[in-house]
Design a protein. Sequence first.
Length: 340
Amino acid sequence: MYDFYSDTKTKPTHAMRQAVLSAEVGDEQKNEDPTTKELCTRVAQLLGKEAAVFLPSGTMCNEIAIRVHVRPGDEVICERSCHIVNFEAGGPAAISGAMIQALDGQDGTLQPEQVKSAIRANSRYAPQSRLICVEQTASMAGGVVWPLDRIEAVAAVAKDAGLATHMDGARLMNAVVRSGKPAADWVKGYDSCWIDFSKGLGAPVGAVLAGSCEFVEHAWIIKQQLGGAMRQSGVLASMCLFALDHHVERLAEDHSLAQSIAQRIRQLPKVENMLPADTNIVIFDLSLDAPTAHELARLCENDGVIIGTFGERRIRIVTHLDVDETAGDALCASLQRHLG
């Protein structure tokens, strides 16, 4: 079975699992786990930040960052299709008491002028604009890489207005590999940011949230409130370190495969409105004479291929460590059979 549902479906390689056996571990709560400390130090350096904290998931990174940056009743500004709005179960409201102002962007990105106009003037009647969040890459827009000058300009608008900035960097390393620009360049204007290890980097668990020492100290408090430390977390951190050493550059293979798949799918007569396939995500809509998304997913699964459905006629395909050209050929053959 070839699984293109998401890059979260990756399984740790044998070599990654072997790395666990030699990992030094200790009590993370007491700052005694050397492997976790090494991971946090390396990610902080990679992102050009003072400190970092290891967390089980990227969603926790986003929600803890929001909780640090805002007070109940404050407003978070972000793009409408982003993960924070659509896939975190109302976390900003439930955990932080925050309001969301969701802006309609282009390809999952925002223009600085758009952000500037969304920032509210101080008023006793309105929520306080407190935080700007961006997502790199823009997942539901097809893995689009924000232009560097635009992501910098959005941060500058926020800073001029006294707002905090946060980057959801779930696939930041995809943007780094696609652009050739260092990770620290992308997050220079952002008070907090993180990278995920359980997507294209292939680890089973883990994300690292980075920022200033003061930010991370506060993040640790929220981490404790939400469940506490993971104790001997070096077991997990060792696989994340392995991913940093061995799975970053190979993201280019995922991008190449996604673009090859997109080119072939684009030719199918029952496919329309394909989004940009910048990195490892291919999203397209089905014409009215095609099967519905759920029907197509069932047909493809019968052919040994798993794809993602988003609504009645939208399909998402994600390339990753566990699918190769053979899998891509099987996917395209199945789609050709049902959409040709």
